[in-house]
Design a protein around this ligand. Structure first.
Ligand SMILES: *Cc1c(COP(=O)(O)O)cnc(C)c1O
Length: 414
């Protein structure tokens, strides 16, 4: 459920008309709904209320400071994948003891920064990273709490670019090497193994792959216990999917119940790293149609947003629902919604059956709260769009539109 609904013949963001917001802030424009973000966070977090747990919002899907702050006020932690995300999480006031650091290529300076901040734990993805982290920690006279990210080799049944828990993927440590690497870690002065971690992929539409992964992690927990290594934290990652088109992913409560049942009797704190399921449908991108161009084969609608603003359709062939902000009820036809960028791959939708669009009309691109502005670039020297947070009948710019100076600034006077 989200708060972008049609009422009185037009689209609203909570209690504000999207058309008014587009006129006030210009397009392209990202709009997030605070009530939706909170609702999704609470639905997810409360699904695990019966077991000790920590929900760490995955900052990479939407790292806006005000969005992170919203979750901080709910007591959330954050899952980071870079020093930059650590910086933003701390700036947003996230408690370092609620930060977990994932990622397959952490660098020494990032490990140092995270050690200095005294984060909850590092999810280590290789033997080399283990040695590097130990080295960095020892140099600082500190101890890094770690978990090993296990690659459980389960098929998450999602898009190949976002499946991460298969043996052929670059992520994590193979199950059969895990015990040896835990033993190695136990010998290292700079490390304290406290957890087992996995994250098998994104946009998962079934609970069963996550449960399969959990079974393997539980087995590893038992095996470690038998050799005297006691683990206190189990991180099951994120990955729950959302409805973009017709997907029917499980509700967080279903995941919560399944994991809670499965962990009965295990004295573990469960760590969760949801991203998309919380933010994805809490945002829209608004764009204006500039031209309508008919060729023999296609009806193109050229809009003012492009693949630099929202790359998911170009990158993954991802589907985003697109609708008129103020529906005009024209006859349906097949449209290609394309941007101004000099790439044929620059489209938001192809052969989309929808009502005809005229120049000057606003379109809403739904499900744009996660992996959208976060993946935006300045390609074609296009300043990135602003982000506006709507809460009831108030709107607040939480990231200003970039300027030409933002484009040229880093290249000047050098
Ligand atoms: C991307 C990522 C997540 C979040 O994934 P979602 O599909 O957005 O929930 C969580 N953990 C790790 C390690 C990630 O890389």
């Amino acid at each position: 459920m989200h708060y972008f609904q049609e009422k009185d013949g037009e689209l609203w963001a909570e209690d504000l008309k999207v058309k008014d917001l587009a006129e006030k802030h210009g397009t392209p424009l990202y709009i997030y709904s605070a009530s939706t973000l909170l609702r999704h966070y609470q639905a997810y977090d409360s699904a695990f209320k019966d077991i000790p747990h920590l929900t760490c919002f995955s900052a990479k899907c939407n790292s806006n400071l005000s969005v992170l702050e919203l979750f901080k006020n709910q007591g959330a932690g954050v899952d980071i994948v870079s020093g930059g995300e650590l910086y933003k999480a701390l700036k947003a006031g996230i408690d370092p003891s609620k930060i977990v650091f994932s990622g397959v290529g952490k660098q020494e300076f990032e490990l140092e920064q995270a050690l200095d901040a005294d984060i909850l734990m590092f999810n280590v993805e290789s033997r080399q990273e283990l040695h590097q982290l130990n080295h960095v920690a020892e140099n600082k006279g500190k101890t890094a709490r770690i978990s090993l990210r296990i690659n459980p080799d389960v098929d998450p049944q999602t898009h190949p670019y976002i499946s991460t828990g298969l043996q052929k993927n670059k992520f994590g440590i193979n199950m059969d090497q895990a015990i040896d690497i835990y033993k190695e870690a136990m010998q290292m002065k700079g490390l304290e193994p406290i957890g087992i971690d996995c994250h098998i992929g994104s946009q998962l539409t079934k609970v069963s792959p996550i449960l399969d992964a959990l079974e393997r992690l539980k087995q590893l927990y038992q095996d470690l216990k038998e050799i005297g290594i006691n683990i206190s934290h189990l991180d099951i990652g994120g990955g729950l999917g959302i409805t973009y088109e017709e997907e029917d992913p499980p509700h967080p409560s279903e995941l919560g119940k399944a994991l809670t049942d499965s962990l009965q009797g295990y004295p573990l704190t469960l760590i969760l790293e949801p991203g998309r399921v919380i933010a994805g449908n809490a945002g829209i991108m608004v764009t204006k149609s500039l031209f309508v161009k008919q060729t023999e084969l296609k009806n193109f609608v050229v809009v003012d947003a492009a693949m630099n603003d929202l790359i998911r359709p170009s990158l993954y062939g991802a589907y985003h629902r697109i609708a008129e902000v103020v529906p005009q009820g024209r006859d349906e036809r097949k449209l290609d919604i394309v941007g101004p960028i000099c790439e044929t791959g620059d489209f938001l939708a192809q052969d989309r059956k929808m009502p005809g669009i005229e120049p000057g009309e606003y379109l809403a691109v739904f499900s744009s709260g996660a992996y959208s502005l976060a993946m935006a670039s300045q390609y074609n020297s296009r300043p990135r769009p602003p982000e506006v947070l709507v809460d009831g009948s108030t709107d607040r710019v939480i990231r200003r539109r970039e300027t030409y100076h933002d484009l040229a600034g880093p290249e000047e006077n050098i």
